[in-house]
Design a protein around this ligand. Structure first.
Ligand code: NAD
Length: 513
């Protein structure tokens, strides 16, 4: 408990925190609704936040708009320098913030620390990017003409984030947007607002010391009502929303109706294919990390295992040896691999999915219990479940945000396995374990995996920030983080310059006055 108190003190989290901040100064209406945030690890109240009102929200957006007018004029490498210093502050606070992620969200400390490392990595990436926001130059068909394109900042970027990656998703968006010259208004998940408050605290000295205009990095703590205001708000040209497909459809529709840009990062239903040529020793660790890590609450969690019938029994038996012995408990403790689910609603969804899939013919092989006893008094710790199932079952088609791994048998070729894998509505992450080049290349080919992420001989989780992250179909189509994802945060302009004394028209059109 003392370690937790020290961590909260280092991050500036007191029992009561203001509801919203516009960047440098802290605000908060005394009459705002207060929400106590409980840790899923032990049920204790960590701190309370004041939830923003519509008035608070409007105030933040107008502060952000004013900041944009100034921030967009800063040279991009100067903006990059601010991001570099933010990365440094995150390094200094990695241990404390990683702990808070673990305590507020429930993922094991190793993954909490990994999440903060991702934030540091994206800062480094964005610093380099600040000198590389380049467009193409083209040859004009007209003499003494030059053509090129450039990228300009767009304005206020609204970031709506989910509980399961409470801080990394913000940094993927915010650090790119910041070097691009945009300003960011962040609405974190109402389940994990304290890590967001901590991030704001961590960066505020950097912003002050560099005279960054107030409002470049804003935070509005609120629930779906505030998210919905943002989706409908014409002052917010880009909304980047991470969460369930249900939420993404609403946000996408509202942003689309006003012809804004939405970047959607939604649910996954990720599979690993194990062909008869899979190296099973290597595959096992990837499968278990992917299926039970973060207690099955990653968007990239391995939910389906598509196994060739020749190795099916062997794979099932190997998993049946591992699953009953998984260390489940307080995610801050050494040696624990599975922490709690976020809340009791998530536990209900887990139990419901298992009941439903069994009605459809699924066979529960192990797990599926809610743990009891002093260590598990919150009622949020469950034993990861293994279920024999078929791909067409209703529950297998859904993303249940909990540790359930469906074992699905296939016979025939790798193309049969790929067909099963692609036979769901979501299209986030996928992987194949095989040492056969013909199989792995088929999986990566244009008739292979239909997902945004397709891996060979590694699992579905654990992406690096250097690649663009996101998925197809019901996953929403957005791409964040590395590669050229930055382009989404900017507007593209094509420029044609005439440095002659004639005015020739394109396409040889004659228009003589
Ligand atoms: P959620 O959809 O319940 O909430 C996500 C965020 O959306 C929260 O901030 C919430 O307040 C807000 N929100 C909810 N309804 C809204 C509405 N109508 N308008 C505007 N905002 C609204 O999701 P969750 O339970 O926090 O997170 C789990 C989900 O997120 C899973 O489906 C998971 O796969 C997905 N996820 C996807 C990615 C990805 O990159 N593809 C990453 C992390 C999580």
């Amino acid at each position: 408990q003392q370690a937790i108190k020290d961590m909260l003190a280092q991050l500036g989290i007191q029992e009561s925190n203001p509801a919203y901040t516009t960047g440098l100064t802290w605000g908060g209406e005394n009459n705002a609704e207060t929400k106590a945030i409980h840790s899923p690890t032990n049920g204790k109240v960590i701190a309370s936040v004041n939830m923003a009102t519509e008035e608070n929200y409007n105030q933040v957006i107008s502060t952000a708009q004013k900041a944009f007018v100034e921030w967009r004029k800063w040279p991009s490498p100067k903006r990059g320098e601010v991001v570099r210093q933010i990365g440094q502050k995150l390094r200094e606070n990695k241990e404390a913030l990683g702990k808070l992620v673990s305590y507020e969200m429930g993922k094991i400390l190793q993954e909490g620390l990994g999440e903060v490392q991702e934030m540091i990595d994206i800062c480094d990436f964005a610093v380099g990017l600040s000198r590389q926001l380049h467009g193409f130059t083209m040859h004009s068909e007209r003499p003494t003409h030059r053509m090129y394109e450039q990228y300009h900042p767009l304005g206020v970027v609204g970031v709506i984030s989910a509980f399961n990656f409470p801080v990394a998703v913000w940094s993927w968006n915010a650090m790119l947007a910041a070097v691009c010259g945009d300003v960011v208004v962040w609405k974190p998940s109402e389940k994990t607002p304290l890590t967001a408050v901590a991030c704001q605290r961590i960066i505020q000295d950097v912003l002050k010391e560099n005279n960054v205009p107030e409002g470049v990095f804003c935070l509005v703590v609120g629930d779906a009502t505030i998210g919905s205001l943002m989706a409908h708000d014409r002052r917010v040209p880009i909304v980047s929303a991470t969460g369930s497909t249900r939420m993404g459809k609403k946000v996408g529709e509202a942003v689309g109706a006003r012809l804004g840009k939405s970047l959607l990062e939604l649910g996954g239903n990720n599979a690993i294919i194990l062909t008869e040529n899979a190296d099973l020793e290597m595959a096992m660790r990837a499968i278990v990390f992917g299926a039970v890590g973060t207690a099955g609450q990653r968007c990239t969690t391995t939910r389906r295992l598509i196994i060739h019938d020749s190795i099916y029994d062997e794979v099932r038996d190997k998993l049946l040896k591992i699953y009953p012995n998984l260390p489940i408990g307080d995610p801050l403790k050494d040696g624990i691999l599975v922490g709690p689910l976020i809340d009791k609603d998530a536990v209900k969804a887990f139990e419901n999915a298992l009941a439903e899939v069994q009605k459809e013919g699924g066979k529960l092989l192990t797990g599926g219990k809610v743990l009891e006893g002093e260590e598990y008094a919150t009622g949020t710790y469950v034993t990861p479940a293994l279920v024999e199932a078929e791909n067409h079952y209703h529950m297998v088609q859904e993303e249940t945000f909990a540790p359930i791994l469906y074992l699905i048998k296939y016979s025939g070729t790798v193309e049969d396995a790929i067909e099963i894998q692609n036979g769901v509505m979501q299209g986030l992450s996928s992987s194949i374990f095989s040492t056969n080049l013909l199989e792995t290349e088929t999986f990566l080919s244009h008739w292979g995996s239909d997902c945004g992420i397709a891996n060979v001989n590694i699992g579905t989780s654990g992406a690096e920030i250097g690649g663009a992250f996101g998925g197809e179909k019901d996953t929403g189509g957005g791409r964040e983080s590395g590669s050229d994802a930055w382009k989404f945060y900017m507007r593209r302009q094509t420029n044609t310059i005439n440095f002659g004394r004639e005015l020739p028209l394109a396409q040889g059109i004659k228009f003589d006055l």
